[in-house]
Design a protein around this ligand. Sequence first.
Ligand SMILES: [Zn+2]
Length: 66
Amino acid sequence: MTDQNASHRTERPSVGVHFKCCNVYSKIYVNHSGTVYAGHCPRCAALLEIPIVNEGGSSSQFFSGS
Ligand SMILES: [Zn+2]
């Protein structure tokens, strides 16, 4: 992946998360630099960030936020 010109549209990776603060499920998306998944709780707007670690895991990870 050598994307010097990232002007084309690509679907951003996302993960489903459980926001424990409000007991709701939502999706959050990878950030610009591709280092973390970041998103806000749909109810209370709490920020959740999940570092992306390369463990050769699947793309269908499921996280639980606090
Ligand atoms: Zn919340």
